[in-house]
Design a protein around this ligand. Structure first.
Ligand code: PLP
Length: 382
């Protein structure tokens, strides 16, 4: 059992009948290719940077349909480096969704800027583009749309508002590898795009890893410098940089898994289609599927007013579910524990969202069991 964001102590729980996500199955399916790729790196004698990293960077840029991909240490660094590279700095304001994983906010805070939350659309999970302009102040420098749960945000209005107000757009694509907006893959609609390859993501390494993609040569060279001690020439340091590099062993793994990404996303899409068909006439909120979005279903998130009771019934039946996310960023102790302005829609979503088992290795028998147990729970006790 390998749930995303596992915490110390999780492993002691009894193995569920249907796990939320089986990341080990991804290794077992590709074992020979992955073992060979790792061995090649170990034998090369290059353990930071080198051919494996460059090969993955060019493969990822090509896949995303953009000019540049820069490997970095993880998705959070990808966000803060991308923001820094497009010119966001201390004291600036950055518009972020109120309903997102906290890393979206942390990427802003890490470079001394301030996250300003935008509430989601009613009956949806993505930031409400109609609320953006009212939140812009003279200090606003950027917008960070999040392609949450694998579904692209509505990018056209976001990019056009940003252009009108001279703002940058940095996309948080940590959950959207391979997703398309109006037919075009996520990768360079905005000024820069931040990726995470955390093991549980659609394209996941066997450890931490991340990247930034962009069409802008200047942004790319700034990130190349910032991720490497602020240096583009050895022992010459132009800015205060950091050490945040893509590990070559992880890069080699990612190059192998990238060849299977579309096939694995297609399996996720088949799982989602079966859920959408089987769960449609119940007292359960289902994810919307706008015509312009080709989601890659990082998560399959339903909503229910008595979410905890539903999750409890499923847990008792051996179905592991998770909540993404139980406490919105603005209510976290890290952000003042409720001293920021209230975000009622984000608060209410946090009480209602429930992520059902989803992944490329969830088979139909397992899924039928989940569906059966959800239906029973909704017709019975909940
Ligand atoms: C996973 C994730 C991140 C952070 O990525 P890490 O590699 O874990 O640092 C950022 N934003 C979102 C939406 C994520 O899901």
């Amino acid at each position: 059992m390998n749930a995303p964001y596992a915490q110390r102590g999780d492993a002691v729980a009894a193995a569920p009948r249907v796990a939320f996500l089986d990341v080990r199955a991804g290794y077992l399916e590709l074992r020979r290719e992955i073992d060979a790729a790792i061995a090649t790196v170990l034998e090369s004698g290059w353990y930071v940077g080198g051919q494996a990293v460059e090969d993955f960077e060019s493969a990822w840029a090509q896949y995303c349909g953009c000019a540049h991909a820069l490997g970095v240490g993880n998705g959070l660094d990808a966000l803060s480096l991308a923001l820094q590279a497009v010119g966001v700095g201390p004291g600036d304001e950055v518009l972020v969704p109120s309903h997102t994983f906290i890393a979206t906010w942390l990427g802003v805070t890490h470079i001394g800027a301030h996250p300003v939350p935008i509430e989601p659309i009613a009956d949806g999970f993505h930031l409400d583009t109609a609320r953006i302009e009212a939140a812009i102040t003279p200090r606003t420098r950027a917008i960070v749309p999040v392609h949450l749960y694998g579904q692209p945000a509505d990018l056209d209005p976001i990019v056009s508002i940003a252009r009108r107000h001279g703002l940058k757009v940095v996309e948080d694509a940590a959950q959207a590898h391979g997703a398309r907006y109006k037919g075009r893959r996520i990768g360079a609609h905005g000024d820069a795009v931040a990726w995470s390859f955390y093991p549980g993501k659609n394209l996941g390494a066997f450890g931490d890893a991340g990247a930034v993609t962009t069409d802008c040569a200047q942004t790319a060279s700034r990130i190349a410098m910032l991720r490497n001690y602020g240096s583009s020439q050895r022992y010459v340091h132009e800015v205060i940089g950091r050490n945040s590099r893509l590990d070559p062993i992880q890069a080699a793994v990612l190059s192998v898994k990238l060849r299977h990404l579309d096939a694995w996303n297609a399996r996720r899409q088949a799982v989602a289609a079966r859920y959408l068909r089987a769960l449609r006439d119940l007292d359960l909120g289902l994810p919307d599927t706008p015509a312009w979005a080709d989601s890659v279903w990082h998560l399959f998130v339903v909503t229910h007013r008595q979410r905890d009771a539903l999750a409890g019934a499923l847990a008792a039946a051996g179905v592991q579910t998770l909540v993404h996310y139980p406490i919105p960023p603005h209510l976290q102790a890290a952000y003042g524990g409720g001293t920021l302005p209230e975000q009622p829609l984000a608060r209410s979503l946090a009480q209602q969202v429930l992520s059902l088992p989803m992944g490329p290795h969830l088979d139909e028998t397992q899924q039928d069991y989940v569906i059966d147990r959800v239906v029973r729970a909704l017709r019975g006790t909940v």
